[in-house]
Write a protein of this length. Structure first.
Length: 204
């Protein structure tokens, strides 16, 4: 089983769309272990709509929290305790794409951050980053946080309008592969995402 963990430098940067494109391109199973906020949809529903995967490849969350907030806060508001034992990677046939919640240092409990969970899994991470102003700092800090915990970084994928210098300097300073840039898509549907992913993201 090949596992790719998709995380981001922040929330709302498009990592769910990237995860949908990656899972669709690989014919993978998709799993979002912790969903915080489900109005109108959770990320699982977005991936189901955009990836083109069969329904049985979209796995249920370990925790589906109603409050749109950091997982530790959403769990507290919902009266739920997040247990590490329930966050073991599911065993599937073929590739598995796992999407984290928010950014690298988002807390999932009072003592555990998303990056700690990634280290616990011991699987490579793909970091999604904006191309816009501020992304150099956010990206390099995220990479340092991952490396401080011994998390392997498969590469960085940019999302947004082209910014040649940001796309050049971040991978160079961090010494990680650049997987490409997924442009903003309008309209976005399974066909347009599949075509854009194939054209702009390198999976080799």
């Amino acid at each position: 089983m090949s596992v790719f963990v998709v995380t981001g430098t922040d929330t709302g940067i498009g990592k769910t769309v990237f995860a949908a494109g990656l899972a669709g391109a690989l014919g993978a199973h998709y799993w979002k272990p912790i969903q915080a906020g489900v109005d109108p949809d959770g990320d699982k529903e977005v991936v189901a709509r955009l990836s083109g995967l069969p329904a049985d490849h979209i796995l249920p969350e370990a925790y589906r929290l109603t409050t749109p907030a950091s997982p530790h806060l959403a769990a507290r508001i919902d009266g739920v305790k997040i247990e590490l034992d329930r966050l073991a990677l599911p065993q599937v046939d073929g590739p598995l794409v796992v999407e984290g919640a928010g950014g690298v240092l988002v807390p999932i409990s009072e003592t555990v951050l998303m990056a700690d969970l990634f280290a616990h899994w011991g699987q490579p991470v793909i970091l999604c980053a904006r191309t816009a102003l501020g992304t150099i700092n956010h990206s390099l800090l995220s990479i340092e946080a991952l490396r401080a915990r011994g998390v392997a970084i498969a590469g960085i994928a940019f999302i947004g309008e082209a910014h040649d210098e940001n796309e050049r300097i971040i991978p160079q300073i961090a010494n990680i592969p650049c997987l490409g840039r997924l442009p903003m898509l309008d309209p976005i549907d399974p066909a347009s995402l599949r075509e854009a992913f194939a054209a702009h993201i390198g999976l080799s």
